[in-house]
Design a protein around this ligand. Structure first.
Ligand SMILES: [Fe+2]
Length: 304
């Protein structure tokens, strides 16, 4: 039969994937078809709406570059990124909670000595971050690469600025944990910031009267060999947007109290020129494997 009614059409498209050699790919494609068809039927999608959706996705793709990922942003604001995170981390066994990678991880962070001020060139209140990586029993893990990145005092990541190509990374570095699992660095106190609103995703957020803000945070990627890569943020307690993150990424355990200090020296014994803030947070990682995210612009292979 060459002609299908609405129900038969869904069944026919599902069946068309029957010969897919990879069973998981077959399952994913068939379920995708069912969900898409269900959405169209349920909403009675018009031609104009379908055309708008195609144009929206096209513009989303055109906005992507090697250092900007508008599709990750789209996944984030729809809560899809956090749902993928949730279904893949149902049992933490006491490991630090995870959250979204976000669209600004560019990978290939440069190994940086402990204590470095990663935001040296930026205006802002100074902060000292001290941290440690342990296993689930609290045993320190040495030699672990930890990538950190955060926005500047105006709410922009280095990769969003024109100067990125010439000046390189700012507020973005890799630290390797010491024998006691520790690492520490200086930076500025990050502030809450809007997701980019100069692309189709930001436009949608504004048009739908959502706010575009993320509460202040630092991103951490802890990638200990033999352990699950830990992709997370540490949020700053008291932020105005802590309960309404536009990407739904906050978890209670990831909120840190940042103390305001006026001690003349910082924890590494170096002089403080002005009052400063102290963030202390420890990461516990879970045995296992898994892939750390690849730098943006990397061609992603088909999953096994
Ligand atoms: Fe961020």
């Amino acid at each position: 039969m060459a002609q299908f009614n609405e129900t038969e059409l869904t069944a026919a498209v599902v069946k068309s994937f029957e010969q897919t050699p990879n069973p998981r790919a077959k399952f994913l494609l068939q379920e995708l078809v069912k969900s898409l068809h269900d959405y169209v039927s349920k909403t009675g999608l018009t031609f104009e709406e379908w055309e708008y959706a195609i144009d929206f996705l096209t513009r989303t793709g055109h906005k992507c570059t090697d250092i900007r990922q508008e599709f990750i942003l789209l996944s984030d604001v729809f809560g899809v990124s956090m749902l993928v995170d949730a279904v893949n981390h149902r049992d933490r066994d006491g490991a630090t909670e995870t959250t979204v990678l976000g669209p600004f991880y560019v990978g290939e962070h440069k190994v940086t000595p402990h204590g470095t001020d990663v935001s040296e060139s930026l205006e802002g209140e100074r902060m000292f971050v001290q941290s440690r990586v342990t296993d689930l029993n609290g045993k320190p893990l040495a030699g672990v690469p930890v990538d950190i990145w955060h926005a500047d005092g105006d709410g922009f990541y280095d990769s969003q600025k024109e100067t990125y190509a010439t000046e390189g990374a700012v507020s973005r570095a890799r630290f390797i944990t010491d024998s006691d699992g520790s690492f520490f660095f200086r930076t500025i106190l990050p502030c809450s910031y809007p997701i980019p609103t100069d692309g189709p995703v930001g436009e949608m957020i504004m048009q739908t009267k959502r706010h575009p803000m993320r509460p202040a945070h630092i991103h951490f990627l802890v990638n200990a060999p033999g352990y699950e890569p830990l992709i997370t943020h540490v949020f700053i307690e008291g932020d105005k947007y802590i309960d309404s993150d536009v990407v739904f990424g906050v978890k209670d355990e990831l909120i840190a109290k940042v103390e305001k200090r006026s001690d003349p020296t910082m924890p590494d014994g170096k002089k403080a020129d002005a009052p400063w803030h102290l963030m202390t947070y420890e990461f516990r990682v879970k045995p296992g494997g898994g892939m750390a995210p690849k730098p943006l612009g990397t061609k992603v292979a088909e999953p096994a």
